[in-house]
Design a protein around this ligand. Structure first.
Ligand code: B3K
Ligand code: ZN
Length: 890
């Protein structure tokens, strides 16, 4: 384990590599505890690098058995003889040849002992790899950085019985049995130069499904998805999503696939969601396997999105990669932007946008508001694996979305085409990317680029004045952004404000008519005002009746909006806004306002305020909207973490929880008839479809069940019990079980037991069972979670199991994680420490659950700080955990 906290890596220190590695030939003999890797590297001095620089190759925990330079074996015990050094973490040649040369390195790897799941490891009986960000150096010594691009040829050899399937990147060029032995081999060649983080291999005995895709130029591509034997039918949906993604990228971006084969392998031990290795994506099986009886509609939607995301990386990430890890958002933000657009095209636009914004607010806004806030393009890092964050991914995607809104669809597409033309086959930077859009749109994007180097969520405050006599309507905008770690002062952001002015009964006012002050004709015709200074005023003329401003339509910028809309205005927007997102947003603002007020009242010892107008507003949504998925979103209140963020300081999670429960109860009672009518009308019928329409019906039905249960526990429990008995989909089954878990008692326990026994053989379903129990907002939950950690279905070494149980407890159970006695914090801190020795990446991720500790009321804050300090001061911590602990403490 790496315990040495190295010096921070800084963007400003970037230097081109002194050596390049043009070709990599790997000869890998798979063996459970002693895989032999022979790497043959063709190296040459980089004409752009420093001359006569030493060659320093990265390693991590490596055991080299042989190293030869241009065919001459180096005596590894006598390093003086060849003027260099070799340690598990580095290989150095102090005076390497100044002409092309070949370095051959033999390493022996114990894949079975690799619990970090980085480099070569085993998942079940399969061998697989994960190299991003710095895992290749756990396979062989290398210039393990994304700007060293090489052509790989990989020969894999294994026992036929153990690994009948042998895969690597690129196309298969040879293979067969090895005569006189029980072994076989396969040779894969990838003609596209790639960085080492995109290398992958898989060896195993897996079940496969195959299909074919004909690209727009008529090239036939063989598609394979490889899963645990017996699970093949559960991979059919992923295959369908893959083909749709391939077609979409051709149609929308003109991007064609470039190899003869595309393979996806699903494994059950994986640190994150999936990995875009060239031609050989490796997936957490959670994002591949689905059947109506085992996966929810949300799972199906996630599979579609992740399959598309990894596939889209083939162009945005692989063909054009990142110069260095500071540019991570170049591939991640852009690819999330692309997968969001894909999902929106596959499903309902407004509903997808609502889902994406919910995620952004819950994860990225929370990160931006706390001690872990960082730039979308960081300036420095200690451990790059800690930067695969919502800020890089989700905010990175929002920046590109804003760019699209600002320059329009045509210039945006032109900019993307330029980017692909100009930078194909290279390792690029954010500046390279932005320059393409500056060129395509003729705009100076320097100020816009501040989004990449200033952290924090801007706050946009708006006041509106209507002058009935003068028939004018004036909007005054101002922006600010709180200090974030290392950044006290911020320059103004360039913020696109998509807006409309809504008049009840009349709809949107035509913005172009009349003389408008302070906005250009182009802004008005597009309905997008650009806020690029600290303040801006826009006055609309010929506005006899006071309109209601609908601001940030479609969530046109990742900002917080402060606008004192009256409740009547919010109801106008809920009822009449032509923008679906803002209809939903108005309901959320209304709910948040009530919830913040009630939480304050509860904290002050009084009863929460009841508001029937809000129920009436929701009744309007139910009545007016024809899209069940949209209604379901409107009926889902802001989460407890969202309310906490809105309160911003002295946060009491118990008061927030009670306030939210009480509002759910009120809605459940007030809207009982309408909810029940929808519940009954949307009863499941016909064969299962994972499509948006059928899923929307189930979403509304289950949102109704949730509120009905909140309104009347006994009646809700009856409905839920009936649904649990008759459910034909996992969506309905888990929703019913969730409704039942609201009430303690023998019925709940019996339902949980029955669910377990019905799904015992399906680890991914048992993960839902773990997560559901970990999220019960009751004091007994911590004991329950501890007990479940002893359950035979639990495994401390499997990231999915651990995330379902401990991760859910920390992330989605705010009252118990933040229990007043500190037991939740101590529990998570202990798991982080126990896990750190085995899998630092997952341990560090779990520790980031403390990211909002500073806003808690003083008792909890003190206890959370104590737990964080205990972690930070533990000897022998990994760089990953130490970095998160120290930054959290700030
Ligand atoms: N690029 C990978 C993430 C790698 C994470 C390394 N710690 C998956 C993705 O974003 O597509
Ligand atoms: Zn990605």
């Amino acid at each position: 384990m790496r315990t040495d906290i190295a010096e921070p890596v800084r963007l400003k220190d970037y230097r081109v590599p002194d050596y390049l590695i043009d070709k990599v030939d790997l000869d890998v003999k798979l063996h459970p505890s002693a895989t032999r890797v022979l790497a043959r590297l063709r190296i040459r001095p980089n004409p752009k690098g420093r001359s006569k620089a030493p060659l320093v190759l990265d390693g991590d925990d490596l055991t080299a058995t042989k190293i030869a330079l241009d065919g001459q074996l180096l005596d590894l015990h006598e390093t003086g003889a060849w003027n260099g050094s070799v340690t598990p973490d580095q290989f150095t040649l102090s005076a390497p040849p100044q002409h092309p040369f070949v370095l051959e390195i033999e390493t022996i790897i114990d894949a079975a002992a690799n619990t970090r799941l980085m480099g070569l490891y085993r998942s079940g009986s399969a061998y697989c790899t994960q190299c991003e960000a710095e895992g290749f150096r756990r396979i062989t010594y290398f210039l393990d950085r994304p700007d060293v691009l090489s052509i790989y040829t990989v020969r894999l050899e294994a026992e036929m019985s153990e690994a009948p399937l042998l895969l690597s990147n690129g196309n298969k060029i040879a293979g067969g049995e090895i005569e006189g032995t029980t072994r076989h081999f396969a040779v894969w060649h990838d003609p596209f130069p790639k960085p080492s983080y995109l290398f992958a291999l898989v060896g195993g005995d897996l079940g496969s499904i195959y299909d074919e895709f004909k690209t727009c130029s008529g090239h036939k591509v063989m598609l394979g998805i490889h899963v645990e034997h017996g699970k093949e039918p559960h991979a059919v949906y992923a295959m369908d999503a893959l083909k749709r993604a391939m077609e979409w990228d051709e149609k929308v971006y003109g991007r064609e696939y470039d190899l003869d084969v595309f393979n996806i392998v699903a494994v059950s031990d994986f640190n994150m969601g999936a990995m875009e290795n060239k031609g050989l994506n490796i997936f957490n099986d959670k994002y591949v396997l689905a059947s109506p009886a085992t996966a929810t509609d949300m799972d199906y939607a996630n599979i579609e999105a992740v399959i598309a995301h990894e596939y889209f990386h083939n162009w945005t990430g692989n063909r054009i990669t990142c110069r260095d890890w500071f540019q991570l958002c170049l591939k991640e933000g852009l690819t999330v932007f692309r997968d969001h657009a894909f999902s929106a095209d596959m499903r309902s636009d407004a509903v997808r946008r609502i889902g994406d914004v919910r995620t952004l607010r819950a994860q990225q806004f929370a990160e931006d508001a706390g001690p872990l806030a960082h730039n979308v393009r960081p300036d420095t890092y200690l451990e790059i694996n800690n930067f695969y964050t919502a800020t890089i991914y989700e905010k990175g995607a929002e920046i590109i979305r804003m760019l699209n809104v600002l320059i329009g669809d045509d210039a945006f597409r032109k900019g993307m085409d330029l980017y692909f033309d100009e930078y194909d086959g290279t390792a690029a930077t954010i500046e390279d990317f932005i320059s393409c859009f500056a060129q395509a749109s003729g705009r100076d994007l320097t100020e816009f680029s501040r989004w990449y180097h200033q952290s924090g969520t801007p706050l946009v405050s708006v006041t509106a004045t209507h002058d009935a006599k003068a028939e004018t309507f004036t909007l005054d905008f101002s922006q600010s952004c709180k200090p974030t770690p290392g950044q006290d002062k911020k320059d103004p952001f360039v913020i696109p404000v998509a807006l409309g002015l809504v008049v009840p009964g009349q709809g949107d006012i035509e913005l172009r008519t009349g003389n408008q002050d302070g906005a250009s004709a182009e802004e008005l015709s597009r309905g997008v005002i650009e806020l690029s200074a600290a303040q801006r005023r826009v006055t609309f003329h010929n506005v006899p009746n006071r309109p209601v401003p609908s601001l940030f339509r479609g969530f046109s910028a990742p900002v917080r909006l402060e606008y004192a809309a009256s409740e009547a205005d919010l109801i106008t927007l809920i009822s009449h806004d032509s923008d679906g997102f803002n209809r939903w947003q108005a309901a959320q603002v209304y709910a948040t306002r009530l919830l913040v007020r009630s939480a304050g009242q509860i904290r002050a010892g009084s009863a929460p305020h009841r508001d029937e107008d809000f129920s009436r507003a929701l009744a309007i949504v139910i009545e007016k909207s024809s899209d069940p998925a949209f209604i379901a979103q409107a009926l889902t209140l802001p989460g407890e973490a969202d309310i906490a963020r809105e309160i911003g300081e002295d946060v009491d999670p118990d008061a927030i929880h009670l306030a939210r429960e009480s509002l759910r109860e009120t809605i459940g009672r007030d809207l009982k008839d309408a909810l029940l009518a929808n519940y009954q009308q949307l009863a499941d019928s016909g064969p299962y479809s994972p499509g948006a329409v059928a899923a929307g019906g189930r979403a509304l039905r289950n949102a109704a069940l949730d509120l009905l249960t909140a309104g009347n526990k006994a009646e809700g429990a009856l409905l839920a019990a009936r649904q649990l008995e008759t459910a034909s989909t996992m969506t309905d089954e888990i929703a019913a079980l969730a409704a039942l878990t609201h009430s303690p008692g023998t019925e709940r326990e019996a339902a949980l037991d029955a669910f377990y026994h019905a799904h015992e053989g399906e680890p991914l379903v048992i993960d839902k069972w773990f997560a559901l129990q970990a999220s019960i907002p009751e004091p007994g939950t911590l004991d329950r979670v501890k007990k479940l950690m002893q359950h035979k279905a639990f495994s401390f070494n499997n990231p999915n199991r651990l995330r379902s149980l401990a991760g859910s407890f920390a992330a989605i159970n705010p009252t118990q994680f933040n229990a007043l006695d500190g037991s939740g914090y101590e529990f998570i801190a202990k798991i982080v420490l126990d896990l750190d020795a085995k899998n630092p990446q997952v341990a560090a991720r779990l520790l980031s659950a403390f990211k909002s500790w500073r806003v808690l009321e003083v008792k909890r804050r003190t206890l959370a700080e104590r737990a964080l300090r205990r972690v930070a001061s533990t000897a022998g911590l990994s760089a990953d955990v130490k970095d998160i602990a120290e930054r959290s403490l700030g």
